[in-house]
Design a protein around this ligand. Structure first.
Ligand code: 173
Length: 335
């Protein structure tokens, strides 16, 4: 965090014999350093760049955001630690990338209600309680949702049995694909293309959108439908940096985060467009019969929640009822 005008203001006030400089210099401008855990050329980063431009244009004299890079600056799986320690002020990341800070980070993929509703039903408050305590982070807002994950393959399968296949994953997909029999390799996005190109893996998990950003379509033959979970990308902030902001700066930042969140319905259209683009690129869809499809999705949720209950017996039981659609036919216990 860089404080801009404060020092000049304080010096002037001190010279005038006024010692209550911080209170009187409330109009200071602060610059927050922001990194992305997703590659620089991804659509997520392009959208983030448009947003920071707007934040900076409207926030002159109050708050500025300086984008300092993607995984080339800080590797995807190190971003959470950098936010926790304050090495950076803010990050755009998926919780899946910072399970090395706390296992609960990966639970946000399991939300079945939109972020707007999470803000009303207590989920957002709970997330912040956990994120504050365990990761020294303020969870600002969710900027990607309404995008299911899928299994993509370099070959075809006719049933949800991945025995003998090696699949590249982040923690998002690990328990589910293992349950289906796969051998999994945990890899950040920047490493997946090389694994596909060398034949080291037979597939990967990713949301419906985004595979073209890193040219994975070149190596992808099929996509398994239906999708499961909900892709989660959020803005998180170092808690100390958050607390150092003045009330007007916090309000301004949250106003901008909420404005970005309010555009999340765009992801429905993006997801549809990306599915069409995949079809045009020759990626075949693999579907199972209705009973098998339902079992596939149920297994995805069941295995992920079971892993979460095991990793976080303290918080998983509190997250699940707030993240899960009321009336959804999901087990309430861990298995
Ligand atoms: O493995 C993934 O698909 C993953 O970690 C992710 C999470 C959110 C958005 C995109 C990818």
């Amino acid at each position: 965090m860089r404080i801009g005008k404060w020092q000049g203001c304080a010096t002037a006030l001190l010279a005038a014999g006024i010692v209550l400089a911080p209170a009187l210099c409330a109009a200071q401008e602060t610059t927050l350093r922001l990194v992305s855990a997703f590659p620089e050329n991804s659509y997520y980063v392009k959208r983030l760049a448009d947003w920071t431009q707007q934040v900076n244009a409207e926030g002159k004299g109050l708050l500025q955001i300086e984008f300092t890079g993607g995984p080339n600056a800080i590797p995807s799986f190190e971003v959470g630690k950098a936010v926790k320690s304050g090495a950076v002020d803010m990050a755009m990341s998926s919780g899946a990338f910072y399970t090395n800070v706390m296992p609960e980070a990966d639970a946000l993929k399991l939300t079945q209600i939109p972020i707007a509703e999470q803000r009303r039903n207590g989920a957002y408050e709970l997330i912040n309680r956990i994120w504050n305590r365990k990761a020294n982070m303020q969870y600002l807002g969710r900027i990607v949702e309404h995008m299911p994950f899928h299994l993509y393959l370099t070959k075809k399968i006719d049933k949800p049995d991945l025995t003998g296949l090696r699949i590249s994953v982040t923690p998002v997909h690990r328990p589910f694909f293992q349950m289906l029999g796969a051998a999994v390799v945990t890899t950040p996005p920047a490493g997946v293309y090389a694994e596909l190109a060398s034949g080291a893996v037979d597939g990967y998990g990713w949301p419906i959108g985004g595979i073209f950003d890193l040219n994975w379509q070149e190596k992808t033959r099929s996509r398994v439908d239906p999708g499961f979970y909900d892709a989660e990308v959020s803005l998180v902030m170092n808690l100390d940096a958050w607390r150092r902001l003045s009330a007007p700066q916090q309000e301004y930042l949250m106003k901008q985060v909420l404005a970005l969140e309010a555009k999340n319905d765009d992801w429905y259209r993006y997801a549809e467009a990306e599915a069409r683009r995949q079809a045009r690129a020759g990626i075949e869809t693999i579907s199972f019969d209705p009973v098998t499809s339902k079992q596939y999705v149920d297994t995805a949720y069941r295995t992920a929640w079971a892993a979460m209950f095991k990793a976080s017996p303290e918080w998983a039981p509190r997250m699940k009822p707030l993240f899960t659609k009321s009336g959804a036919n999901l087990p309430v216990s861990s298995n």
